[in-house]
Design a binder for this molecule. Sequence first.
Ligand code: AMP
Length: 120
Amino acid sequence: MTYPYDPQNVFAKILRGEIPCKKVYENDVALVFEDIHPQAPLHLLVIPKKPYNGFSHFMSQASQEEILGFFQAIEAVATQFSIHESGYRLVTNNGPHSGQEVPHLHFHLLAKKKMEPHFS
Ligand code: AMP
């Protein structure tokens, strides 16, 4: 399976420093910043620094260190924002059926409000 990557997507531009973001955390493999249209009081986007267009691409191509570091970034911001006990929602949209708009892997981290238990 091939996973073409569009280097002109908005998150690629953020990673190249061509457009700004409100960064809250980064490690060797991941960057975390605020979503520009927040759907919760805390709405962060966790993205890999390397070019993967979605979760399937990431899991088929990334190294174990990269995968571990990516999920460690999520854990780190959960600690940073003290949301382990109150909880948070993690969502990633992967491919056409999911409604993914930006073709660079991102996990949405939503928190600081009580969310409905269903998806549409
Ligand atoms: P998705 O529909 O899963 O691809 O989500 C894309 C997300 O990226 C949306 O929640 C947008 O609000 C967010 N977004 C788009 N452009 C920017 C930007 N320049 N900075 C931060 N978030 C953005």
